[in-house]
Ligand binder design. Structure first.
Ligand SMILES: Nc1ncnc2c1ncn2[C@@H]1O[C@H](COP(=O)(O)OP(=O)(O)OP(=O)(O)O)[C@@H](O)[C@H]1O
Length: 364
């Protein structure tokens, strides 16, 4: 048999190299199709490309964890709430402007060689449910012009369990890339509650990572990132976390004056009867949260509409003779708040506060 020629050797080497490359891609393909997170990563990538496009930062390089976090970014123009829609919280709004918006947007006002003006990197909104904490956070997002990361704890834990630490560090690296930035964590107690012996090891590591990266913000005055938390249960939050949130705002149940403000806002576009006594309604709604008031107004506003529909429907329930240009719905009356079907009492009976003091109003 003749000895193999140089040509044959070269051919064998090429075939071997091709087979190795093919093997590499085959293994990579198999591994990626076995990845249980494949679809989610793909989804996150698509969403993050969309977000980067909107931010005008298409060329920004992100790792796959940062892509997941980017899908939590909310754009100001997607938020319909502004400070004017929030009643009774003007002093808190002003303080939030000073402690969140101005430091992010006018950092030069807050620099001093002594570090005395150092801006707080953690702000906490706390108080009973339905009193406007989430509304405040959304309005801040809209009015601050900062990038707003609405961080869902489930994003860090449920889906990606095991990779939580990398996601936590992605939260801060994305925030840094997109600063000024607000990292908002609703129900922060669920995430950063007091450590318990029953905590999963990963949860503990994730919290430790979060705190250490947060400390990194505190030590660098030039960083324009703020962690904003909201909770109904401030007492459940780890003391170490509370210490990192020196600015705390209590959003309590609205008092009489605040309820008046809230009701004025909620009813401002309603057609009200001439002698509608808003002060009387304020007096009748002691212990109501903003959310209770909203529900009560919504139910009351339905009464004239329901009356109109009933007066224009057949016995089969079909609406008849309704000319959109001639719809004539009567103004809202004080008594609409006390019609049994949609009464204030009924609408709020499931809330934690007890609006039970409200008595059924005489309908006359
Ligand atoms: N001060 C307020 N002014 C106007 N509307 C309010 C106010 N507080 C609450 N509301 C109404 O109640 C709804 C619920 O409020 P929000 O979600 O902000 O409460 P929250 O304090 O974040 O409650 P939770 O702790 O349950 O999340 C709002 O969408 C709004 O309609």
């Amino acid at each position: 048999m003749p000895p193999p020629t140089a040509k044959k050797y070269a051919f064998d080497v090429v075939v071997f190299a091709i087979s190795q490359v093919a093997l590499y891609y085959a293994v990579k393909y198999v591994l990626s199709s076995l990845d249980p997170m494949k679809d989610k990563k793909k989804e996150a990538k698509a969403k993050s490309e969309q977000v980067l496009g909107k931010l005008g930062r298409k060329n920004m390089k992100l790792n796959e964890y940062e892509e997941v976090i980017l899908s939590e970014v909310i754009f100001p123009e997607e938020i319909s709430i502004n400070f004017k829609q929030i009643g009774g919280l003007d002093p808190i709004i002003q303080s939030l402007r000073e402690s969140v918006i101005y430091p992010l947007t006018y950092p030069h006002l807050f620099t001093s060689p002594s570090g005395l003006l150092g801006v707080s990197k953690g702000v906490l909104l706390h108080g009973p449910p339905g009193c406007g904490k989430t509304m405040l956070a959304k309005a801040l997002a809209r009015e601050s012009g900062a990038t707003f990361i609405n961080l869902h704890v489930s994003t860090l834990t449920d889906k990606w369990f095991g990779e939580s630490n990398k996601l936590v560090s992605a939260v801060f690296s994305v925030a840094k890339k997109l600063e000024p930035c607000i990292i908002f964590i609703d129900e922060i107690d669920a995430f950063l509650r007091e450590r318990r012996s029953s905590d999963h090891e990963v949860t503990g590591m994730m919290k430790a990572e979060f705190m250490s990266l947060w400390d990194g913000l505190t030590t660098d005055d030039s960083v324009r990132i703020i962690v904003l938390g909201a909770t109904n249960r401030p007492n459940d939050i780890d003391y170490a976390i509370l210490r990192r949130m020196p600015k705390r705002f209590a959003i309590s149940l609205p008092n009489e004056e605040q309820r008046k403000n809230i009701l004025d806002i909620m009813l401002q576009d309603q057609h009200l009867e001439n002698n509608f006594d808003i002060d009387k309604l304020v007096a009748k709604t002691a212990n109501f949260s903003g959310s209770d008031l909203k529900e009560a107004c919504r139910n009351a506003a339905m009464i004239p509409i329901r009356e109109y529909m009933r007066s224009h429907s057949t016995s089969d329930g079909d609406l008849t003779d309704i000319d959109p240009d001639k719809v004539n719905i009567r103004p809202m009356r004080f008594s609409d708040f006390f019609v049994p079907e949609g009464s204030v009492l009924q609408s709020t009976k499931n809330t934690v506060t007890s609006p039970g003091e409200v008595e059924q109003e005489q309908l006359d």
